[in-house]
Each structure stands twice: as structure tokens, then as C-alpha cells.
Design a protein around this ligand. Structure first.
Ligand SMILES: Cc1ncc(COP(=O)(O)O)c(C=O)c1O
Length: 399
């Protein structure tokens, strides 16, 4: 099937389809583990002439298994190009370091993944790249934060852990009028739930470690692009100028694992989203639970545009049980859900954002980001919904 036809398929088919391997016709793509590749005079000349992706140069520069994953990610994000990376954080840092230089400025949402926030707030500042943190759901606040040297507006489609869904088109309009690049981290949604490139975002990064891989057994990331304001070969430029230099390629076996994960993304997420909606409604009426944050709830503050962008509500939810000790007691007494740092796997996983991912961020700053001590964040997996609810009810009853 040619790529034009492949792009025209519905999402589920795009996620499942991979072309047969040309050499063996295997349906499952081979894993090319080699770090080095044999040249001949012609190949060597092409490398000297600047060929990058068309010939295999060296494992750190790219690898056929990685390209297979990039092709699949490009298809499911609806992008024109993709660059695979060693992790989600590698995707974020390579994108920003590839795009920005000393003196540039970023406008970023208050609530992003903790390592992203820390990188912008503490690391990039060492290189004279400043960030202003605002609520990107408020276009006026974004507008007020834009400076003549602003190069990037950055946010997460579903923010961690507030589950706030960004209204993308007004941000894109404001940014593109000024030549500013819009980048969003789509990890919490996954391309099954939301595809930001279709809403005008220039670059979407994913921690493929999460829903893309889906089994809590692989680390990886992706950068996908569809942009009228960036050069068409922007990702190839940063592949060579930034990713290769920082040394953060996706390992071949990890690429293969992630390629496999993409093929079951729809069925996993369809089930997990349904269970998450049922659990959110259950927690909303629970006498031991305070506020519940889930995009599918009527009570969830949501822009009309955000609703249109995301007809499916995702498999992530957050709820409050009062304070950190109470939250810890609940998580420590769960038997079916797993108390763990990550998300997006077949097992439901829980964490306390204030005591885990956001621990290094001072409490005052954390509260300003909307992260209270008693928040429990839940990544809903594939267990039976009633069993999960019973597991939480038993732990909540101990409070
Ligand atoms: C929203 C979000 N973005 C990025 C990352 C970083 O991903 P990775 O751990 O693959 O580097 C995470 C990790 O938890 C995340 O939650």
C-alpha cells in the first residue's frame, strides 16, 4: 500500500498496518540490532555527499528499526515527519535544544511533567533561555507573556496531574501570527485520544514509554511534525545536529517493542477510557473523595473547543483524599492497582504527584500549579472496572 492510501485509512487501520519487510516478507518487522553497517565505494560516496537517512551510517545516527517506528508514529499522529528518541525527555530536550538558542524565550503552561518544568525553570536558564509560566487555557495570559524574543509556546494536551485540556486553535493562531512555534506533549492523551497536529500544533512530542508501548517494559519517545512555519526538513536537521550530538537515539529493540505497542493502542485505550470514565463517576460520589479531575465529567472545567478536540476522554484521572498521609495510606492498601511512578500500561498504576513527580518543586510553586498534597493520580489499565473500584473502595474505607 502506498503512503497516500495509508494516510487515508481510519485511525485503527493506520495503527495496525505495517508494510511487509522487503527482504523477507515477514509481517512482523525484523529487529536490526547492528550498530555498524558495511559501506562500499558508492555508499561511502553518498555519506560523504551528505546522505543521512537513506543509507545506514552508524547506530547513533539512525537505524532501520527506528525508522519503522517513526513511520508508524507519523501515520498515527497525522504528521509529515517523525524523529524517534531514547525517551520522552529526550524528545522534549532535543526539540527545544534543536530549536532554541541563547536569548530565546518560551511561554509554557504552569502544569507540565515535573522534569519538563525543571528543565525549563532551572536548566535552560543556564543557557540564557528563559521561560514564562502561565495558564495556557487563558489566551490573554499567553498574549501578555509573549515577548519579541518568544520562539515557543509549550503545553501538554492533558496536563499532569490537573487533567486540564488545552484549547489549541486560539493558541496556534496567536503563535503563528508572530512566527512562534507551538509544541505540545501529548503523552497523557496518546494519539488515540487526541491528535494535536490536526489542530494546528507544529510539533507533538510523546513519551512513548507510556500508552504507545503500553506494557510498562520499554522507554522511548517521538517527535512528530506538521508545520507551515518550520522548514520541511526540520526534524532531519535536528536528527543530525542535535539528536546525534547529544547521543539519544531510540535503541532498535525498544523501537520494535514500541512498533508492536502501536498496533494494539486502539483496543487498549478504548477499554481503558471506558473504565476511567466509570471510575471517575464513582469517585465523584464517594464520601472519602474530594475533588475529581477527569475530562469526561460535567464538573471538569473545560473549554468548548477542548471538548471538540477530544471526543474521547482518556485513561488518566486524578482525585483528592485530603492530604499526603491519607493518599499514601490508600495507595499502600491497594492490591490490584499498582503504586508506581509511571503510567500508560496494562496494569493500573497510581501515584501521589506532590510526593513523587513534583517533590523537587517547592510547595508554594506546586500549589500555584494546582497540585495539592492529597491528590492521587490514576492511570487506568485493562483490569475489570468493578474489580478496580472494589480495590479502591476497600483502601478508601481505611481512612
Ligand atoms: C507528560 C510526560 N511527558 C514526558 C515524560 C517523560 O517521559 P520518559 O520517562 O519517557 O522520558 C513523562 C514521564 O512520566 C510524562 O508524564
Amino acid at each position: 500500500m502506498d503512503n497516500k492510501k495509508r494516510r487515508g485509512l481510519n485511525f485503527d487501520s493506520r495503527a495496525v498496518y505495517t508494510p511487509p519487510d522487503p527482504a523477507t516478507k515477514s509481517i512482523s518487522p525484523p529487529i536490526i540490532m547492528s550498530s555498524s553497517f558495511q559501506y562500499d565505494a558508492e555508499i561511502f560516496q553518498r555519506i560523504v555527499d551528505g546522505a543521512r537517512k537513506e543509507v545506514n551510517i552508524y547506530g547513533r545516527c539512525g537505524n532501520p528499526s527506528e525508522y519503522q517506528f517513526e513511520e508508524q508514529m507519523m501515520m498515527i499522529e497525522g504528521g509529515d515527519a517523525c524523529l524517534a528518541t531514547a525517551s520522552g525527555m529526550a524528545a522534549i530536550s532535543i526539540t527545544l535544544l534543536g530549536l532554541l538558542k541563547s536569548g530565546d524565550h518560551i511561554v509554557c503552561d504552569w502544569t507540565t511533567y515535573s522534569s519538563t518544568h525543571e528543565m525549563l525553570d532551572h536548566r535552560l536558564t543556564d543557557y540564557n533561555i528563559e521561560t514564562t509560566f502561565v495558564d495556557t487555557a487563558n489566551p490573554e495570559a499567553v498574549k501578555a507573556a509573549i515577548r519579541p524574543n518568544t520562539k515557543v509556546i509549550y503545553f501538554e494536551t492533558i496536563a499532569n496531574p490537573s487533567m486540564k485540556v488545552a484549547a489549541i486553535p486560539p493558541l496556534v493562531e496567536m503563535a503563528h501570527e508572530r512566527g512562534i512555534v507551538v509544541i505540545c506533549d501529548n503523552t497523557f492523551a496518546s494519539p488515540y485520544v487526541m491528535r494535536p497536529l490536526e489542530w494546528g500544533v507544529d510539533i507533538v512530542v510523546e513519551s512513548a514509554t507510556k500508552f504507545i508501548g503500553g506494557h510498562s517494559d520499554v522507554i522511548g519517545g517521538s517527535i512528530c511534525m506538521k508545520s507551515d512555519i518550520l522548514p520541511a526538513d526540520f526534524l532531519e536537521q535536528i536528527r543530525w545536529n542535535t539528536m546525534v550530538k547529544l547521543g539519544a537515539p531510540l535503541a532498535p529493540f525498544n523501537a520494535w517493542m514500541l512498533s508492536r505497542g502501536i498496533q494494539t493502542l486502539s483496543v487498549r485505550l478504548e477499554r481503558a477510557c471506558k473504565t476511567a470514565a466509570k471510575m471517575a463517576r464513582h469517585f465523584e460520589g464517594h464520601n472519602k473523595v474530594g475533588r475529581v479531575w477527569y475530562p469526561g465529567l460535567e464538573s471538569h472545567p473545560q473549554h468548548e473547543i477542548a471538548k471538540a478536540q477530544m471526543p474521547k476522554f482518556g485513561a488518566m484521572l486524578t482525585f483528592d483524599v485530603g492530604d499526603g498521609d491519607r493518599a499514601l495510606k490508600v495507595l499502600d492498601n491497594l492490591e490490584l492497582s499498582c503504586f508506581s511512578a509511571s503510567l500508560g500500561g496494562v496494569r493500573s498504576t497510581t501515584q501521589i504527584p506532590a510526593l513523587m513527580a513534583f517533590l523537587d518543586i517547592p510547595k508554594e510553586e506546586r500549589l500555584e500549579m494546582g497540585i495539592s498534597d492529597g491528590m492521587i493520580r490514576l492511570s487506568v489499565g485493562l483490569e475489570d472496572a468493578d474489580d478496580l473500584i472494589a480495590d479502591f473502595d476497600a483502601a478508601l474505607a481505611l481512612l
